[in-house]
Design a protein around this ligand. Structure first.
Ligand code: ADP
Length: 383
């Protein structure tokens, strides 16, 4: 009996000790959990403050396009109520047509999509839809009304100056031709006249480029017909044959059979290919490789022009589509910096998109996406 009592007492003491130890452990773990919860609560509220104070409109969507978060700027700009919007499909929440178009744009790999958003009061926003790994998408919009206005004033200025310069230049060329007929010239005078004519022709072609760019940007390019873009590529390659041979460039094309037909302006598409393929050849090293592919995906034609040339430094990549911008990689190659600005305007007038991916020392790839269903040209409304 005594043994049994001893054993029970010992067991009870042991159970007490275990109980004390357990209580201490629970207390310790609880306080550490509390601390952690406090930290993550502080972090969460800090992130929430940041999210709510961002001046740009931000909306986070899950992978099924259900609204997860909306910031106050987005609610103000698009007249939304955050409580009502959260948990709803984004297409039931937003009504702004430009934003809807952006969301409905088919996804090409993990590429960021963007669209200009025009408001009835003249404000303009730049909206972007960025994929977020394992979350969904971030829909953001930045007000670019001021930048648009500066761009409009700058374009108008360039257009007026170009226009006014064209007539005096025509008379300079005319008179240089008359000088040659007015009497005999010595060899030096002939040479100098030839150089004047070449320079004037160079300026004239620059001015023509500028005027052309102005009219594309103003939405005056409305010609649309059914076009087989791979057929246009043949003309481009034929025209560039001289340069391809001179530099021993290996050009390869990969075009899917029965590429869909586009509704586009063939003259403008030719300009696009001439410029982008021309650049790939111009900037490539001797014996370089240029690969051109055309494929169709989700009612779009994707044109990719890749080279293994010098590549474009990251700091230049954001600017190469600007007027007159020439990269720091150009060495002695001649050019005006207008080519890609014209190309981008043409692509956008056809409701398409384009971008570059490039690594210095490895090469560049230009991507052009054109919708197959383009029916009407985009009218750029100049205010
Ligand atoms: P330009 O060729 O007259 O300079 P573009 O507008 O056609 O003007 O091109 C702008 C800039 O983009 C070029 O100055 C060059 O720095 C860069 N660039 C364009 N295409 C390529 C390419 N394939 N490889 C490397 N750089 C390129």
């Amino acid at each position: 009996m005594d043994d049994i009592v001893d054993t029970v007492e010992n067991s009870l003491k042991h159970a007490h000790r275990i109980g004390d130890w357990l209580r201490r452990e629970v207390k310790r773990t609880t306080s550490s959990l509390k601390k952690r919860a406090q930290i993550s609560e502080a972090e969460r509220s800090r992130l929430e403050t940041v999210f709510n104070s961002i001046n740009d409109s931000v909306m986070i969507l899950d992978e099924d396009n259900i609204v997860m978060l909306v910031n106050p700027a987005m609610c103000r700009t698009f007249g939304l109520n955050a409580q009502d919007a959260i948990g709803m499909p984004v297409l039931d929440v937003l009504t702004q047509p430009d934003l809807l178009e952006l969301i409905k744009q088919p996804q090409v790999r993990n590429v960021m999509r963007y669209h200009e958003v025009n408001f009835p009061d003249g404000r303009v926003g730049n909206a972007q839809l960025t994929p977020i790994y394992e979350v969904g998408f971030a829909l953001t919009m930045h007000d670019i009304t001021d930048l648009k206005e500066i761009d409009r004033v700058r374009s108008e200025f360039i257009h007026t100056v170009s226009h006014d310069l064209r007539s005096p230049l025509t008379s300079v060329i005319g008179y240089t031709e008359l000088v040659e007929r007015a009497g005999s010239l010595n060899d030096n005078q002939h040479e100098f006249l030839k150089r004047i004519q070449e320079s004037v022709q160079h300026i004239t072609s620059l001015i023509n480029d500028l005027l052309e760019l102005g009219s594309i940007e103003a939405g005056l390019d409305t010609r649309r017909e059914f076009v087989q873009v791979d057929g246009i590529l043949n003309y481009t390659l034929e025209m560039l044959q001289g340069q391809i041979k001179a530099k021993h460039i290996k050009v390869q094309t990969e075009i899917i059979p029965a590429l869909p037909v586009l509704r586009a302006n063939p003259v403008r598409l030719r300009q696009v290919l001439d410029n982008v393929v021309g650049n790939a050849i111009k900037y490539s090293h001797d014996q370089g490789d240029v690969n051109i592919s055309m494929r169709a995906e989700d009612e779009q034609i994707i044109i990719q022009v890749s080279d293994n040339g010098p590549g474009i430094p990251a700091k230049d990549q954001a600017h190469i589509f600007d007027k007159f911008y020439r990269g720091s990689n150009i060495s002695s190659h001649a050019g005006s910096g207008l080519g890609l600005a014209i190309v981008k305007s043409i692509v956008e007038a056809h409701q398409g998109r384009m971008w570059v991916e490039s690594t210095v020392g490895k090469g560049s790839s230009f991507f052009i996406i054109l919708p197959v269903t383009t029916i009407e040209p985009v009218q750029v409304v100049k205010k």
